[in-house]
Write a protein that binds this ligand. Structure first.
Ligand SMILES: [Zn+2]
Length: 221
Protein backbone atom coordinates (compact mmCIF):
# COMPACT_ATOMS: atom_id res chain seq x y z
CA UNK A 1 0.00 0.00 0.00
CA UNK A 2 1.15 3.50 -0.86
CA UNK A 3 -0.04 6.92 0.23
CA UNK A 4 -1.08 9.06 -2.77
CA UNK A 5 -1.78 12.20 -0.75
CA UNK A 6 -2.78 12.78 2.87
CA UNK A 7 -5.29 10.12 3.98
CA UNK A 8 -5.71 8.69 0.47
CA UNK A 9 -4.04 5.40 -0.41
CA UNK A 10 -3.46 3.06 -3.29
CA UNK A 11 -4.10 -0.26 -1.53
CA UNK A 12 -2.77 -2.35 -4.42
CA UNK A 13 -3.56 -3.98 -7.74
CA UNK A 14 -5.25 -7.29 -8.08
CA UNK A 15 -7.15 -7.40 -11.35
CA UNK A 16 -8.19 -3.81 -10.59
CA UNK A 17 -6.59 -1.06 -8.53
CA UNK A 18 -8.16 -0.60 -5.11
CA UNK A 19 -8.01 2.77 -3.37
CA UNK A 20 -8.84 3.85 0.16
CA UNK A 21 -9.69 7.05 2.00
CA UNK A 22 -9.08 7.31 5.73
CA UNK A 23 -11.83 9.64 6.94
CA UNK A 24 -10.03 10.29 10.23
CA UNK A 25 -13.33 9.86 12.06
CA UNK A 26 -15.62 7.30 13.65
CA UNK A 27 -16.69 6.45 10.09
CA UNK A 28 -13.34 4.76 9.56
CA UNK A 29 -12.02 3.75 6.16
CA UNK A 30 -13.69 3.98 2.77
CA UNK A 31 -12.67 1.64 -0.03
CA UNK A 32 -13.08 2.69 -3.64
CA UNK A 33 -13.81 -0.70 -5.21
CA UNK A 34 -12.86 -3.96 -3.56
CA UNK A 35 -11.03 -6.03 -6.19
CA UNK A 36 -10.70 -9.79 -6.20
CA UNK A 37 -8.22 -10.50 -3.45
CA UNK A 38 -9.12 -10.26 0.22
CA UNK A 39 -5.53 -10.86 1.35
CA UNK A 40 -4.42 -7.74 -0.47
CA UNK A 41 -6.96 -5.69 1.51
CA UNK A 42 -5.90 -7.31 4.77
CA UNK A 43 -2.35 -6.12 4.18
CA UNK A 44 -3.37 -2.60 5.15
CA UNK A 45 -2.80 -3.87 8.71
CA UNK A 46 0.94 -3.94 8.14
CA UNK A 47 0.77 -0.15 7.63
CA UNK A 48 -0.78 0.43 11.04
CA UNK A 49 -4.25 0.89 9.54
CA UNK A 50 -6.85 -1.56 10.79
CA UNK A 51 -8.68 -3.81 8.34
CA UNK A 52 -11.53 -3.94 10.89
CA UNK A 53 -11.95 -0.21 10.46
CA UNK A 54 -13.21 -0.51 6.86
CA UNK A 55 -16.82 0.66 7.12
CA UNK A 56 -17.71 1.78 3.61
CA UNK A 57 -17.07 0.60 0.06
CA UNK A 58 -18.03 2.67 -2.96
CA UNK A 59 -18.31 0.51 -6.09
CA UNK A 60 -17.57 2.34 -9.34
CA UNK A 61 -19.43 -0.25 -11.41
CA UNK A 62 -20.64 -3.84 -11.54
CA UNK A 63 -17.59 -5.69 -12.92
CA UNK A 64 -16.20 -8.65 -11.02
CA UNK A 65 -12.62 -7.36 -11.02
CA UNK A 66 -13.92 -4.42 -8.93
CA UNK A 67 -16.56 -6.17 -6.80
CA UNK A 68 -15.42 -9.82 -6.60
CA UNK A 69 -14.71 -9.98 -2.86
CA UNK A 70 -17.63 -7.85 -1.64
CA UNK A 71 -19.56 -10.84 -0.27
CA UNK A 72 -16.45 -12.05 1.57
CA UNK A 73 -15.89 -8.56 2.96
CA UNK A 74 -19.46 -8.38 4.21
CA UNK A 75 -19.01 -11.67 6.07
CA UNK A 76 -15.83 -10.45 7.78
CA UNK A 77 -17.00 -6.89 8.40
CA UNK A 78 -20.65 -7.19 9.31
CA UNK A 79 -21.30 -3.42 9.34
CA UNK A 80 -19.68 -2.57 6.01
CA UNK A 81 -21.89 -0.48 3.71
CA UNK A 82 -21.72 -0.86 -0.07
CA UNK A 83 -22.69 1.90 -2.49
CA UNK A 84 -23.22 1.87 -6.25
CA UNK A 85 -25.34 3.47 -8.95
CA UNK A 86 -28.81 2.00 -9.30
CA UNK A 87 -28.24 1.24 -13.01
CA UNK A 88 -25.54 -1.28 -12.05
CA UNK A 89 -27.37 -2.51 -8.93
CA UNK A 90 -29.09 -5.58 -10.40
CA UNK A 91 -25.91 -7.45 -11.41
CA UNK A 92 -24.31 -6.53 -8.06
CA UNK A 93 -27.25 -7.68 -5.93
CA UNK A 94 -28.69 -10.58 -7.91
CA UNK A 95 -27.24 -13.88 -9.07
CA UNK A 96 -26.95 -15.03 -12.68
CA UNK A 97 -25.73 -11.85 -14.34
CA UNK A 98 -22.35 -13.29 -15.29
CA UNK A 99 -22.32 -11.38 -18.58
CA UNK A 100 -22.86 -7.98 -17.02
CA UNK A 101 -20.47 -8.61 -14.13
CA UNK A 102 -17.91 -10.08 -16.59
CA UNK A 103 -17.63 -13.11 -14.28
CA UNK A 104 -17.96 -15.34 -17.35
CA UNK A 105 -14.87 -13.65 -18.88
CA UNK A 106 -12.91 -14.50 -15.78
CA UNK A 107 -14.33 -18.00 -15.58
CA UNK A 108 -15.45 -17.49 -11.99
CA UNK A 109 -18.73 -17.16 -10.17
CA UNK A 110 -19.81 -13.90 -8.65
CA UNK A 111 -21.41 -13.97 -5.24
CA UNK A 112 -23.97 -11.13 -4.96
CA UNK A 113 -23.97 -8.58 -2.17
CA UNK A 114 -26.62 -6.16 -0.86
CA UNK A 115 -26.15 -2.47 -1.46
CA UNK A 116 -26.73 -0.04 1.39
CA UNK A 117 -27.35 2.87 -0.99
CA UNK A 118 -28.07 3.11 -4.72
CA UNK A 119 -27.28 6.43 -6.35
CA UNK A 120 -29.89 7.79 -8.74
CA UNK A 121 -28.16 11.06 -9.59
CA UNK A 122 -24.97 12.99 -8.93
CA UNK A 123 -24.70 13.50 -5.22
CA UNK A 124 -22.36 14.25 -2.37
CA UNK A 125 -21.81 11.55 0.19
CA UNK A 126 -20.49 12.98 3.43
CA UNK A 127 -18.46 10.38 5.33
CA UNK A 128 -16.57 11.57 8.37
CA UNK A 129 -14.50 14.61 7.46
CA UNK A 130 -14.69 13.99 3.71
CA UNK A 131 -17.10 14.78 0.95
CA UNK A 132 -17.26 12.10 -1.73
CA UNK A 133 -18.62 13.66 -4.88
CA UNK A 134 -20.42 10.93 -6.80
CA UNK A 135 -20.52 11.62 -10.51
CA UNK A 136 -22.57 9.42 -12.84
CA UNK A 137 -20.30 8.64 -15.80
CA UNK A 138 -22.09 6.03 -17.93
CA UNK A 139 -20.35 4.57 -20.96
CA UNK A 140 -18.36 1.51 -19.92
CA UNK A 141 -21.49 0.34 -18.07
CA UNK A 142 -24.81 2.18 -17.58
CA UNK A 143 -24.20 2.70 -13.86
CA UNK A 144 -20.51 3.60 -13.93
CA UNK A 145 -19.62 6.34 -11.48
CA UNK A 146 -16.54 8.41 -10.79
CA UNK A 147 -15.73 9.75 -7.34
CA UNK A 148 -14.03 13.03 -6.49
CA UNK A 149 -12.45 13.70 -3.10
CA UNK A 150 -10.35 16.67 -2.01
CA UNK A 151 -7.22 16.38 0.06
CA UNK A 152 -4.74 19.16 0.83
CA UNK A 153 -6.43 21.41 -1.73
CA UNK A 154 -6.02 18.83 -4.50
CA UNK A 155 -8.91 17.20 -6.35
CA UNK A 156 -8.44 13.45 -6.46
CA UNK A 157 -10.56 11.69 -9.09
CA UNK A 158 -11.23 7.97 -8.90
CA UNK A 159 -11.96 7.29 -12.55
CA UNK A 160 -11.54 3.51 -12.56
CA UNK A 161 -12.53 2.04 -15.97
CA UNK A 162 -12.73 5.27 -17.91
CA UNK A 163 -10.54 3.61 -20.57
CA UNK A 164 -13.24 1.01 -21.31
CA UNK A 165 -13.55 -1.58 -22.76
CA UNK A 166 -16.92 -1.11 -24.38
CA UNK A 167 -19.23 -3.86 -25.60
CA UNK A 168 -22.82 -4.96 -25.88
CA UNK A 169 -22.70 -7.47 -23.04
CA UNK A 170 -21.72 -4.66 -20.65
CA UNK A 171 -24.47 -2.46 -22.16
CA UNK A 172 -21.74 0.04 -23.02
CA UNK A 173 -22.73 3.27 -24.75
CA UNK A 174 -20.14 5.39 -26.50
CA UNK A 175 -22.41 8.40 -26.85
CA UNK A 176 -23.00 8.46 -23.09
CA UNK A 177 -19.27 7.92 -22.66
CA UNK A 178 -18.40 11.04 -24.65
CA UNK A 179 -20.64 13.15 -22.42
CA UNK A 180 -19.25 11.49 -19.30
CA UNK A 181 -15.66 12.26 -20.28
CA UNK A 182 -16.64 15.85 -21.02
CA UNK A 183 -18.09 16.04 -17.52
CA UNK A 184 -14.86 14.68 -16.01
CA UNK A 185 -12.71 17.14 -17.96
CA UNK A 186 -14.80 19.93 -16.46
CA UNK A 187 -13.77 18.90 -12.95
CA UNK A 188 -10.12 19.83 -13.60
CA UNK A 189 -8.88 17.14 -11.24
CA UNK A 190 -5.26 17.24 -10.05
CA UNK A 191 -4.83 13.50 -9.56
CA UNK A 192 -6.51 10.66 -11.46
CA UNK A 193 -6.63 7.21 -9.87
CA UNK A 194 -7.40 4.80 -12.69
CA UNK A 195 -8.67 1.25 -12.35
CA UNK A 196 -6.01 -0.51 -14.41
CA UNK A 197 -3.44 2.02 -15.61
CA UNK A 198 -2.19 3.67 -12.46
CA UNK A 199 -2.16 7.17 -11.07
CA UNK A 200 -1.83 10.30 -13.20
CA UNK A 201 -0.82 13.77 -12.04
CA UNK A 202 -0.65 16.75 -12.23
CA UNK A 203 -3.66 18.40 -13.82
CA UNK A 204 -2.40 18.40 -17.43
CA UNK A 205 -1.58 14.68 -17.37
CA UNK A 206 -5.07 13.91 -16.06
CA UNK A 207 -6.55 15.99 -18.87
CA UNK A 208 -4.31 14.32 -21.44
CA UNK A 209 -5.29 10.82 -20.31
CA UNK A 210 -9.03 11.51 -20.38
CA UNK A 211 -8.82 13.32 -23.73
CA UNK A 212 -6.84 10.46 -25.27
CA UNK A 213 -9.45 7.86 -24.36
CA UNK A 214 -12.30 10.17 -25.33
CA UNK A 215 -10.71 10.51 -28.77
CA UNK A 216 -10.05 6.77 -29.14
CA UNK A 217 -13.62 5.81 -28.31
CA UNK A 218 -15.79 7.88 -30.60
CA UNK A 219 -19.23 6.43 -31.36
CA UNK A 220 -19.67 5.09 -34.89
CA UNK A 221 -21.70 7.40 -37.09
ZN1 LIG B 1 -15.05 -2.64 -15.82
Amino acid sequence: MKQIIKNIYHVGDNECSVYMVDTQSDEGLVLIDAGMNLDMIRQINSHGILFENIQHCILTHCHIDHIGICAQLSRELSDIKFYAHELDAVPIEKPNHDGRTAASWYGVRYEPVKLYQKFTSDTILRIGNYDFQIIHTPGHTPGSISVLVESKGKKVLFGQDLHGPFNEIFLSDLQDYQLSMQKLLGLEANILCEGHFGIFQPNHRVKQYIEKHKRLNQPLL
